[in-house]
Write a protein that binds this ligand. Sequence first.
Ligand SMILES: Cc1cc2nc3c(=O)[nH]c(=O)nc-3n(C[C@H](O)[C@H](O)[C@H](O)COP(=O)(O)O)c2cc1C
Length: 285
Amino acid sequence: MLALTPVLVAVVCILILWIFKAADRSSETKKREPQTQPWEDEDLKDSTDLHPVEEDAEEQQESEEHVEHIPFSHTRYPEEEMVKRAQEFYELLSKRRSVRSISSEPVPMEVIDIVIKTAGTAPSGAHTEPWTFVVVKDPDRKHQIREIIEEEEEINYMRRMGPRWVTDVKKLRTNWIKEYLDKAPVLILIFKQVHGFAANGKKKTHYYHEISVAIACGILLAALQNAGLVTVTTTPLNCGPRLRELLGRPPHEKLLMLLPVGYPSKEATVPDLRRKTLGEIMVKV
Ligand SMILES: Cc1cc2nc3c(=O)[nH]c(=O)nc-3n(C[C@H](O)[C@H](O)[C@H](O)COP(=O)(O)O)c2cc1C
């Protein structure tokens, strides 16, 4: 028995060492695993698609080397006028609210064309203009969009997002029933193009495509407000591939945002939210 003791001690030591190593390996793997959040849309990150197409990494197009430079045209205002314009623009945008109850009254389509043209003035990484604005008016198509979104949103509310998110959005009185998708006269679906194509068909890199499209969306929201229309910014989670297929968009376009656009319904209400003051959002150094 006594002769066995050193062997036993050695076995126990080896076991302890093995347990520590295994624990270390598992924490290393955890560190390396990307930390994804439930509100991060898989489709926005990778090339997930219902029918993936093999892509050739070699097929990249060099960008144009020469662009002519022309004199810049600028309008300069007197300081007083600058303050007045800045204040008026602030007042206009401070009245923008997310409206979730939209009337079915039609809107002038010319206005929709102009606000989208305005969004297309946004800056973009290396002037790649990586956006596609899909305008949907057809009632059947809008209803198909609603069915896809409600199906996914119900999963978001019930399972995907967790109780903290459900509590956070409670004050907004939203749920997975999206009546505005049928009622709003126009839906604008904004897709980011993760790459483009040159005239010769080769792939063109779209730098900072998500930031570029987000800026265009901000300009679109401001243009809608300026035109007297309302919307609500929505990011239909995990609906990208099905909506892309429904709308006949190619796999390199990823759904970033959906805006139902129209006039507010008579009974529309908005949560009485408070915005941060200038002192809370600005730091001067
Ligand atoms: C990126 C982003 C995603 C949003 N997604 C949704 C959404 O899916 N559904 C919704 O009802 N509101 C959505 N909103 C609207 C916000 O809830 C709203 O902007 C916020 O409550 C402030 O209200 P306000 O827009 O009236 O100022 C989203 C806003 C942003 C910027």
